[in-house]
Write a protein that binds this ligand. Structure first.
Ligand code: GTP
Ligand code: MG
Length: 412
């Protein structure tokens, strides 16, 4: 019996030693990592809107995805920006696209590059031309006018070309191409101002104005998409209270991008919507207010009065606002667009231009005419309806895309 007790106690002691000292405690199973892409948007909704440092924000599922958001496998990653070209957000400028992307601009300007377009016509004129005689000036003039460069701007380009022709400076077609590009750059480089806009208020208030259908609301959606992808927070002001559908259109963009949309009553006072938006953005510490406006009221005079009132009221909500008043112009309207643009310029202290629908016109010369006549820098150009079809304007890149190379080499 004693023996049996010893055996039982012995076994129990061995078992205790085994469980206490020898057997390793079972490791907790590693939880599968949440698929960051799926979870983030839902979670981030409750997070404070403004991060301490600008950071790429997650987007709701329906939104078009900025490439920068999700880390891609190394092989798919975009090349790092070169050290000579730091992202211009650092300097406070709202750089919305890689600085120079001539190829994608050229794709968007395909109609102007085609045979029957601005570039194509110049190419037909200059290709294989051995004799540079006086006729060439008149032929170039014809192409410029047909491409919506406008009378005054065409005259100023021609005067300089003729001077150089007389001096014998432009002895072959390649030199003429060169001279045309120089002229285009001179015109587009308004006071040395670059495209995009500076974030110089907190919030920076940007008012978009223009006739109906010019692309104001779409441009706001595109701008909000890009600004958000770069880590800036935006508030959208639904200042087109004239049409209920306009507010709805902005709300759709706001939902896509994840930006708050401040709206008033249908038919309400748009100036007070803009005022409220600025106050809200200030309270939230948002970076940018993008204010939409109506393109059509009962009369033109009403529209201009309303725009002026909105701009003044913005200044009451925040000193220095609006920091930018961008005139949105539909490039396919050609010379009509110019006449409309002048009315806005006379009524408002415009700071820049957005030329939309350049993908839809063969007359890319309209950019030169409008910028020159109004004396305003082009800040952005629209080359399609998708969120990433808005390009920060660069005179060099644009001229290169519209009038540049490869074909010049063949033509020379
Ligand atoms: N192809 C092309 N279409 C564009 C571009 N920008 C805007 N659009 C289209 O132009 C149409 C009018 O754009 P909206 O943004 O509604 O114009 P809006 O100035 O807000 O017009 P109102 O609200 O009526 O004053 C829409 O169908 C847009 O998709 C562009 O750069 N290229
Ligand atoms: Mg609109």
């Amino acid at each position: 019996m004693d023996m049996l007790i010893y055996v039982v106690v012995g076994i129990a002691a061995l078992a205790a030693i085994y469980f206490l000292f020898i057997r390793k405690p079972e490791q907790p199973k590693e939880l599968p990592k949440p698929a960051a892409e799926e979870k983030l948007p839902a979670k981030r909704k409750d997070e404070p809107k403004l991060a301490e440092k600008p950071k790429a924000k997650a987007e709701p599922a329906a939104a078009p995805k900025p490439k920068s958001e999700q880390p891609a496998p190394p092989s798919e990653r975009e090349p790092e920006p070169s050290p000579e070209e730091p992202p211009s957000v650092e300097s406070g400028r709202a750089s919305l696209t890689p600085r120079v992307n001539v190829q994608s601009l050229r794709k968007g300007l395909a109609k102007s590059r085609a045979d029957e377009g601005f570039f194509g016509k110049l190419k037909a004129l200059l290709t294989g031309r051995k004799e540079i005689d006086d006729d060439i000036a008149a032929e170039i003039e014809e192409v410029l006018l047909a491409s919506d460069v406008g009378v005054a701007t065409t005259e100023s380009i021609l005067a300089r070309l003729k001077e150089r022709l007389a001096k014998g400076d432009l002895s072959d077609s390649s030199k003429i191409w060169q001279a045309l590009r120089e002229e285009a750059r001179r015109i587009l480089d308004v006071d040395g101002k670059a495209g995009g806009f500076l974030l110089r208020g907190k919030p920076t208030v940007v008012l978009l104005v223009g006739v109906n259908g010019a692309g104001k609301t779409t441009t706001i959606g595109k701008l909000a998409t890009k600004l958000s992808a770069e880590g800036h927070t935006c508030v959208l002001a639904a200042g087109d209270t004239f049409r209920a559908a306009a507010v709805q259109q902005l709300v759709v963009w706001g939902d896509r991008v994840g930006c708050e949309v401040v709206r008033g009553k249908d038919g309400g006072d748009p100036a007070s919507v803009v005022f409220d938006s600025i106050k809200k953005a200030s309270e939230q510490g948002a970076d940018v207010v993008l204010a939409d406006t109506a393109g059509r009221l009962h009369t033109k005079a009403n529209l201009m009065t309303e725009m002026t009132k909105i701009a003044k009221t913005a200044g009451k909500a925040l000193d220095g606002a609006p920091h930018e008043i961008l005139l949105v112009v539909d490039a396919t309207n050609g010379q009509n667009a110019l006449a409309q643009a002048k009315e806005f310029r006379d009524a408002l202290p415009l700071t820049g231009l957005v030329l939309t629908k350049l993908d839809g016109t063969a007359k890319g010369g309209v950019v030169l005419g409008i910028s020159d006549t109004l004396g305003l820098p082009v800040r952005f150009i629209g080359l399609g309806e998708r969120p990433d079809d808005l390009h920060e304007f660069s005179a060099d890149a644009f001229v290169e895309a519209l009038l540049g190379k490869e074909i010049e080499d063949k033509a020379a």
